[in-house]
Design a protein around this ligand. Structure first.
Ligand code: G6Q
Length: 566
């Protein structure tokens, strides 16, 4: 039976999660450790780094600058165990329908299963299908990159435009940006917003005869994507003068064959995936075609291999040495016991500039939920707000709040040892900043240190006393640091998979479904309704708006009355 852990049983028999023994033990432990400063923990234990860091295939995870000791890790592991994390993980890998509100399996791990082992859903091994699509992606990406695939007028493709949104955009866009040094195929651009400005700016200076549109949409019904795809088709056909051009300039990545064919895309140019691939987990599927076009299929394969090595680690490593489990449980430690409502992701590598936005979707769409497995509203906090920007820019903007604000903001620093652009001492400076920030956040600056410094600077005792409170840093602000040797397809695949499993573990412990997204669905429906009403108002001067609240009605009316470009 799915989700039948010790905690599931307790909750079903009326004990809330927060009253279970593992939760209570953490609460008591928080009472003892909550006020302890990490400075003390470091000075009491010279081996703290060794104790609280792990290396996975060259990727270092340093979690020593957290407000934890060995008891904390043991208690967090107890909670994960009592919540059934290992069993839930095995259910996911075995293709069970763990997405219970949509009655679907969750199998992004099958997409990067390099072990050749079967994964069975509804009595059928999905791996032959997965491998067939990978083979097709290989063939197509190689044909485009080599110039063998020709556009309608006989010219080779030099630009690829991915049209998609949400999970059909953020992953491939982030990966292409992160792997820029490996991009040796056609240039790639991404159109996502229904705002025509996105289309206009991204197609500016493109030659239609050399442009391939990759329409990425699992459902092939998403308003933004279909609007952009239709505009792209008009743009292309107007330029090339023939509807038949569509067949050489459009491919689709979708589960919805019928809709793709109705759009006019050649069935041979459909790269399929399956309902057990969630949008925000889909970069490993056909949705990664744009990545393969940009960096080549071999590097796309390395990305999958990196993720696969994390999958093995996740399923095999004991909870106490399991990086995604530790990431997740530390997140729970801060979210539920320290009341931290946000978390920051801070990559110190320009190529990872889209990583925070990508994680924002992964985490917030997965665990921004408030109803548990029993259909009950939870009475504890779940997913935190995720935000971040690449270092060092953030240091001159929002780090102030992380250092001296009223709330703890747990941070993930992502550092890279070797730059793809080793010029002068840029990289050493970049990394010095990364290390300095996590150290400063941990150590802080005491009143004694501040006053001493002010006196040395020549202030008198009274002046120093008045200024000191503003210059004190409490420190004790928790951070993780990931250190990669270099941003490569493999290390990037590892990093993404680590976070994916982090979301999963948190969802299991919080008892929410990390794999549905009803909030997104609601937005899709409501926008369609208002679109119709606005159109009626503009064209007929009349629309039934009385069911809207006063604010929404007034906004619709003002828009209809004042817009001049319909
Ligand atoms: C992701 C969500 C959502 C989805 C987009 C695009 O997990 O489901 O972000 O990816 O709404 O959906 P389509 O791929 O169906 O166009």
């Amino acid at each position: 039976m799915l989700f039948d852990s010790e905690i599931d049983k307790a909750v079903r028999s009326g004990t809330p999660l927060t009253e279970t023994a593992p939760w209570k033990a953490l609460e008591a432990h928080y009472g003892e450790l909550g006020a302890v400063h990490m400075r003390e923990l470091f000075s009491a234990d010279p081996d703290r780094f060794d104790r609280f860091s792990l290396d996975l295939d060259g990727l270092l995870f340093d979690y020593s600058k957290n407000r934890i000791n060995e008891t904390t890790v043991a208690l967090l592991a107890d909670l994960a165990r009592a919540s059934g994390v290992p069993e839930a993980a095995r259910s996911m890998f075995a293709g069970e329908r763990i997405n219970w509100t949509e009655d679907r399996a969750v199998l992004h791990v099958a997409l990067r299963n390099r072990a050749g082992s079967p994964i069975v859903v509804d009595g059928e091994d999905v791996m032959p299908g997965v491998n067939a699509v990978l083979k097709k992606m290989k063939g197509f990406s190689e044909a485009v990159r080599s110039g063998e695939w020709l556009g309608f007028t006989g010219r080779a493709i030099t630009s690829v435009v991915n049209i998609g949104i949400g999970g059909s955009d953020l992953g491939p866009a982030m990966i292409c940006e992160a792997l820029t040094p490996y991009c040796d195929g056609p240039q790639v651009r991404f159109i996502s917003n229904v705002d025509a400005t996105d289309f206009v700016e991204k197609t500016r200076n493109l030659d239609p005869a050399e442009t391939l549109f990759v329409v990425a949409s699992k459902t092939f019904t998403t308003q933004e994507t279909m609007t952009n795809a239709n505009t792209a088709r008009r743009w292309l056909v107007e330029a090339l003068g023939d509807d038949a051009a569509v067949a050489r300039h459009f491919v689709a990545l979708s589960t919805n064959h019928e809709a793709v064919e109705a759009f006019g895309i050649d069935p041979d140019c459909i790269f399929e995936f399956w309902d057990w691939v969630g949008g925000r987990y889909s970069s490993w599927s056909a949705i990664g075609l744009t990545v393969a076009l940009a960096v080549g299929f071999d590097r796309f394969t390395e990305l999958l291999e990196g993720a696969h090595s994390v999958d093995r680690h996740f399923i095999e490593a004991p909870l106490e040495e399991n990086i995604p489990v530790l990431m997740a449980m530390l997140g729970i430690w801060y979210r539920n016991f320290f009341d931290a409502s946000t978390r920051a992701v801070l990559p110190y590598d320009q190529y990872l500039c889209l990583f925070p936005a990508f994680l924002q979707q992964g985490d917030m769409e997965s665990n921004g939920k408030s109803v548990d497995r029993e259909g009950q509203r939870v009475d504890y906090q779940t997913g935190a707000v995720v935000w971040g920007e690449p270092g060092t820019n953030g240091q001159h903007a929002f780090y102030q709040l992380i250092h001296q604000g009223t709330e703890i903001v747990p941070c993930d620093f992502i550092g890279v040892i070797n730059s793809h652009n080793p010029i002068g001492d840029h990289h050493r400076k970049l990394i010095a900043n990364c290390f300095a920030q996590s150290e400063a956040l941990m150590v802080g600056r005491t009143a004694t240190e501040v006053i001493h410094e002010l006196l040395i600077r020549g202030l008198d005792k009274e002046e120093a006393r008045v200024l000191a409170p503003y210059k004190i840093f409490e420190g004790n602000r928790p951070t993780n640091t990931f250190l990669l040797d270099r941003v490569t397809p493999r290390s990037l695949g590892m990093l993404v998979a680590l976070y994916e499993h982090e979301f999963f573990v948190q969802g299991v412990v919080w008892r929410v479904n990390s794999f549905d997204q009803w909030g997104v669905e609601l937005g899709k429906v409501l926008a369609g309704k208002i679109l119709g009403e606005t159109k009626n108002l503009v064209t007929n001067g009349d629309a039934e708006l009385s069911h809207h609240d006063g604010s929404t009605r007034a906004l619709i009316e003002r828009f209809a009355a004042r817009q001049d470009n319909d």
